[in-house]
Design a protein around this ligand. Sequence first.
Ligand code: SF4
Length: 936
Amino acid sequence: MNTFLNELAGYTLNKYSNKLQRIAVVFPSRRAGIFFKRGLAKNIGKPGWSPSVFSMQDFVYEVGNLKPLDDIKLVLELYEIYIKYDRQEFDDFYKWGEMMISDFDIVDKFMVNTEKLFRAIEDIKEIEERFAEELPVEYIRFWKSVLNGKDEVKGEFLRNWKILGHVYREFNSRLSDMGFSYEGMAYRRLAEELKNGKNIGNFDKIIFAGFNGISKSESDIFESLKKTGKAEIFFDADEYYISDNKQEAGYFIRKNLKIFDKAESGRFIINSLLNEEKNITIAGTALNAGIAKSSGVFVNELIDKGLFNESNTAIVLPDENLLLPVLYSIPEEAGEFNVTMGYPFRFSHVYNLFKILRELQRNMIKRNGILLFNHKDIEKVLLHPYIKFSNSKFVFDLIAEMKNNNTAYLNPAKTENRKLTEPDLIEDIFTECNDVFEYIKKIIVSISDEKNQRDKFENEFLYHFYTSINLISDSIREFNIKIKNETIWNIIEKALHGLKVPFSGEPLKGLQVMGLLETRQIDFENVILLSANEGFLPSGGTENSYIPYTLRKAFGIPVNDDESAITAYYFYRLIQRAKNIYILYNTETETGSKGKSRFIYQLNYELCKANKSAKIKELLLTPEISFTKRIPIRIDKSEEILSEIEKLPNYSASSINKYIGCSLAFYFSKIACIEDRKKVTESMDDKDFGSAYHYMMNYVYKDFINKEITETDFKIIKEAFISDYDNIFSETIKHIYNKNNISQEYLPKNLIYKRILKELVLNTLDEDTKKSPFKIIGLEKKLERNLKANINNKEIEVRIKGFVDRIEKKDGVIMIIDYKTGNAKIREYKEKEKDEFFSLLKSSNDKEHSLQALMYVYLLKGSSKELINAGMYYLRGNKKGLITISENYITSDAIKEFENMLKNNIEEIGNPDIPFIQTSDEKVCAWCEYSGICYK
Ligand code: SF4
């Protein structure tokens, strides 16, 4: 296949072979220049002079008188002018400043009459008076709508618009005096200079090749040079879309051909889309993962068919996010590959670390002069691959310690057990960041330490990171402007987000992985184009601009509508010389992806109808994505396990409930002793909240054990509770968190709980007052009883235990009470429904508090003649207040029945022939702490 760049190289060599050193070839992008030079090398065959090759931007700076200034310096220079008109902190100005420069850039590239554009019209009559020439209707319409608008809106707009005009003029003259410029300014200046007769002496001929949507300044530059016989302009296009006015892909080339003679500049326009053989495969597949995987499948197909060689294939990614999955999908047989688009820095470990550090500093607090960091940020920092391996023991010990102590805020640099390697990375990180640049640089230096072995690519990222930070900090330090740390973080983040790290190595060899923009002027025989969905092809770009749409239209500044014509050109240009074309789109529109690209429909209904040699094949792919087969877990009772069961110290209501719910969960908890991984909570979790309530209730009743409490006593209890509540809450928090050094009670979320707890305790006291007088027999009592059961074919005495919150007595009946913060899960026992009740208890249904209440009665009863009842005091949820297991008390018959059930359960646990298995009740799994290891 002959490519555009090869043809151009051949032409250049033929025509200018004796003076190549006096020739410049200019492309819209640098990338095309690299491929063009390859074309030259192929054509020359021997060492010799080569023409100078430029991107348009480089050419303008090369032959013009102005030099580029980096982005951050431009904003700082602009700020110094802007504050003369509107006093603002740099932190507020920064993002508007960038937008302003981008507007000035486009205004200059399109040679807009800025006097006219930025003129603030106060009265519509002014338009006729001031402008002799005819004005675009959009311009008049725009100003009419402003002037007819509300006074305050009109006033605000006019004020800003005037400032914009002043700032534009001053900014231009300031930069010009310094010899610097932004891109558009340099383009406009060169276009004006050439019009005024400037001579570019370094070159005899300048070839501008492959341009599509050219700005007015570019067009003026081309025209001026052409008039003096210095330029040749060549377009890279296909007749198919330029000769049909309805084809948006040809919109700009058609416009260009009105300025530049087609007979000359159309030399490389081909007619391939309608005449050449095209094998087009259009494949729909699910999600990005499917697209990435399918790209590898098509590379394999090309290899299998013998159509693949080291330089004829490209995978084109309109969506950059697919880069990593695509790289993982390229089959080994494809050999080397080159990521032409550069590797986005934002996918790197070091960028991720930067973001984590930013959050760490943002959430840092000072308490009593002590610097503390949030546990979530600490964990993220410590587990980052660059940090984790610097001292793994310290990292994992500290994380475990934070979880066990429920530490919400901490300073890892001040912990005692820290034994660190030099340089002290942890100390560099967990410090107050006063100077963002110095803070980051110190950390980069530490992690770049030679002792850390990382691959070449990661070191490349670290190098680019360090260089970018230096560049930004040098720029900022030149200006004496106070900038908040938050803004500096923003500036760095923005610069790094768009940074691309080039792949080192041979860029022309191997399968090319590239963005759509990088494909300009480059041709491949095999093209695999991904993400062919609306939103990417074409992209629905957004315009951030001070200049309203109507004014942009009036002054010929590009608007979003032009964007889709540009993407259409990239699309058709990419396939015009290709032979084997694979186009992949995402079928899952409900996941946020938009529908199939309109370009696919155009291929189907227009191109393939017009070109009989174009074969189109449509597929729906289901790439094989293998899931690990889930094998049900079953733990047979080995001798070792049975011996552990024999040694179980006791059984409680919760362990029996756990077993009934899921025998495997019982095994994980009681036999394998796998503890639920505790999470650090910054405010009370449900468990802590329950403990706090329990602690307070004991506190209020502690002096009334074995005393009859009357209504008068309750009055005193409540008054004392209210007046001493601050102390009680502090004591409660210390009791829960077992800490005196950090005032957890002042954490904002805990302050909310403070109010709720007070309300709940007072509600409970009110409820208790209603049933007074009664006697409290015990608070927080441990109850125990032995039971003979057959375990592993041996009769063993097992211990049954329970821990009750309160035991009280009234009217001859003992009542055992447990406080519950969750929903009511209790069903009343009625003698006539005995069988149904016990069969419910044996199932894994929602009844666990019934079993618990009966267990308490069973434990307290022993050989006692007392009448006993039990109930749960529900604080929140579907039913509140005390709900008892029986209306009066539990009969001896019911207790016996319960004992039988309990014994059966325990004997089942000890039965060697019954394995521990996963439950079939999904409701149990939904709340199971072992779901992470069980994968049910
Ligand atoms: S996830 Fe379900 S099956 Fe697995 S242990 Fe938990 S409750 Fe049992």
